[in-house]
Design a protein around this ligand. Structure first.
Ligand code: NI
Ligand code: MN
Length: 216
């Protein structure tokens, strides 16, 4: 079954599978590039890569509306203590929630609490990777060894994450069929070089505008 993947702007991604709505890094309200308001979306799974404000965003809104929080142990405990439904995990681990397999991957980046991570969301026949905020890491080669990633969302904005050059190398290492660049163009300091990225990556690059979707 295909998955509809929508880039909501910055690092926010919405995945609609046959029986799930999965929201990753729901920074919408204060996001100048957001293509949707929180009230316009629903989620039963909320995946958070790390707790920087430009990722955390409207997390609590979706938890209040019944989404299950999936994230690093320390953050999951916090939300669990507030009474929300949580699935704590950590880097290298995998869980199955309601038929969806979720793997937490390494990300080389700072954070307030817990750790910074990425996710691979795996349904019966599709694998989608969201790298979170990260530098290029050798660990990305392992993803190619253990997964067959159909679509990857990777940061290219530079300054806080990979820039165009290292992100293009990441695409090679990950071995993703297609890749959507994210975490660029939100503000001038992370304008990034999307044209250069597209040129380096070639036909595997899917250059979405916020609000646009790709079917995987
Ligand atoms: Ni960050
Ligand atoms: Mn960020």
């Amino acid at each position: 079954m295909s998955i509809k993947a929508t880039w909501l702007g910055h690092s926010a991604v919405w995945l609609e599978t046959s029986n799930h709505k999965i929201l990753i890094d729901p920074y919408l309200t204060d996001n100048p590039m957001a293509s949707a308001k929180p009230e316009e979306l629903s989620a039963d799974l909320l995946l958070l890569t790390h707790d920087h404000a430009d990722h955390l965003g409207d997390t609590e809104h979706f938890l209040k509306n019944g989404a299950t929080f999936v994230g690093v142990f320390e953050l999951a405990m916090e939300y669990g203590n507030k009474g929300y439904t949580v699935e704590p995990m950590n880097i290298g681990g995998s869980i199955t929630v309601d038929g969806v397999r979720i793997h937490m991957t390494n990300a080389l980046h700072s954070y307030e609490k817990g750790d910074a991570a990425g996710f691979i969301v795996e349904t019966e026949d599709r694998q989608i990777y969201h790298a979170g905020d990260t530098a290029l890491t050798m660990d990305m080669r392992l993803l190619n060894e253990f997964f067959n990633i159909d679509l990857a969302f990777i940061p290219i904005g530079d300054r806080f994450t990979m820039g165009a050059n290292s992100a293009a190398r990441a695409v090679e290492w990950i071995g993703a069929q297609r890749v959507v660049p994210i975490h660029y163009g939100t503000w001038p300091p992370i304008a990034g070089e999307p044209e250069r990225f597209a040129q380096l990556v070639g036909s595997r690059a899917v250059m979405l505008k916020p609000g646009e979707s790709v079917n995987v």
